[in-house]
Design a protein around this ligand. Structure first.
Ligand code: XMP
Length: 395
């Protein structure tokens, strides 16, 4: 299998689209192209580019059951409304029992990678697709291969890539669910491989997509399993979906009210907020979670602080954290309830580093009150750790 990536295209949206259309037509002419949509901006952009290029594309959404709910709506409903021709492949019954027992971060990732590749492979076979279009973006490539995009050629074989990765193993950060998988297709086509998320948003805006899509917050491949600390269960998954929606939707509302848009570019050039979500777990203070030190993922316990809220002092303290992966600011403790909830909201340019969103404390208090209304909520924390030394997600 070959991988065709559009390397170093012009960044201005109109010119980018023209270049991407040519690239897709060069490889996709008279071919049937499988295109997995996740609900996020990257894969939606790829699908729209395929449509612009008039390539015969098959849009597929794999429903594994761990997607977020936004404003009470499941991701698949939202996507189906946007792209009515979307084919939904429901693997919930098969996939969920597999992930339920797994607590280890990197193993959770691998389960997703396998589920995606198995499902994609069977649809590719059934539908006789020749190519696979892929929404891999710049940080995914550089973190997975440990190289710069400029070290890649437009067309590379999987063997060439594996050799390259082995040579650069010190640059490896984490395995991605959608990179380095062999499918039964002639090739993958990756039109957005050189772009970061903000550049993708600009393309979506140019292609007249609605703001809910253009400013959709990044969501990880391993989905809510990246935000459930320890093994996923039916119960904690249902709870996570509820609390996640509370945090993401209320942070969105605050920005829409203040700036008329759910996401701004702040004075540091970051997307603010880049991601806003809730993570959950039982007895969180005694659970190891991921951090990142000198570009390598670590696995350490969080540290908890309480007292007066002071954004600058607390985030400053968190940035110097050593031996722990997170600094959690205690908002509420309770003997009742089952799950601890961590509120996390970060600003970022490209997800490789992130700072903490300076949310007004009244909004943090409001989130706390809304979260407390759910009977299973136990303790509530606000994660004040930038990346590094924390990662954005919890796996
Ligand atoms: P971390 O947790 O590494 O996340 O700071 C950086 C960005 O990547 C997303 N993320 C993933 N995306 N597969 C993905 O496609 C993954 O395995 C994965 N893990 C994290 C995360 O949401 C953030 O935007």
């Amino acid at each position: 299998m070959l991988n065709h990536r559009l390397i170093d295209p012009p960044r201005e949206p109109e010119k980018f689209v023209r270049t991407a259309v040519k690239f897709l037509q060069k490889y996709g002419k008279n071919k049937k192209v499988f295109c997995a949509l996740s609900g996020g901006v990257d894969s939606s952009c790829v699908y729209l580019l395929l449509k612009e290029a008039r390539v015969d594309a098959l849009p597929v959404f794999i429903d594994h059951g761990l997607m977020r709910i936004i404003r009470g709506k499941e991701e698949r409903e939202y996507l189906k409304k946007l792209f009515p021709e979307l084919i939904i492949v429901d693997i919930r019954k098969k996939f969920l029992p597999k992930i339920f027992g797994e607590g280890d971060a990197e193993n959770k990732r691998k389960l997703f990678k396998n589920a995606y590749s198995d499902t994609i492979s069977s649809v590719i076979k059934e539908e006789k697709c020749d190519l696979l279009a892929d929404g891999t973006i710049l940080p995914d490539i550089e973190e997975s291969f440990g190289v710069k995009i400029s070290d890649l050629k437009e067309t590379m074989s999987l063997e060439e890539e594996i050799n390259l990765k082995e040579k650069n193993i010190q640059g490896f950060v984490k395995s991605q669910h959608n990179v380095e998988i062999e499918y039964e297709v002639e090739a993958t086509i990756q039109p957005v491989a050189s772009l970061n998320k903000y550049e993708i948003r600009k393309i979506l805006e140019y292609l007249k997509m609605p703001p809910e899509l253009v400013y959709r917050k990044a969501f990880p491949g391993p989905a809510l399993s990246a935000r459930i600390i320890g093994p996923v269960t039916n119960e904690n998954l249902a709870f996570e979906k509820k609390v996640h929606d509370i945090v993401e939707s209320n942070v969105d509302d605050y920005y829409i009210e203040k700036y008329s848009t759910p996401m701004i570019i702040n004075e540091k050039g970051e997307q603010e907020p880049f991601q806003a979500f809730a993570a959950i777990g039982e007895d969180i203070l005694n659970r190891k979670v991921t951090g990142i030190v000198n570009g390598k993922r670590t696995y350490e316990l969080p540290l908890c602080v309480k007292g007066k809220w002071d954004y600058s002092k607390l985030t400053d303290l968190a940035s110097q954290l050593k031996g722990y992966s997170r600094l959690l600011y205690e908002l509420e403790t309770d003997k009742k309830g089952v799950y601890d909830v961590i509120i996390r909201s970060v600003n970022s340019k490209d997800a490789r580093t992130a700072t903490i969103t300076n949310l007004p404390f009244e909004l943090i208090e409001k989130l706390k009150i809304l979260l407390k209304e759910i009977p299973e909520t136990k303790n509530i924390y606000f994660d004040i750790t930038p990346k590094p030394p924390a990662t954005i997600e919890y796996v």
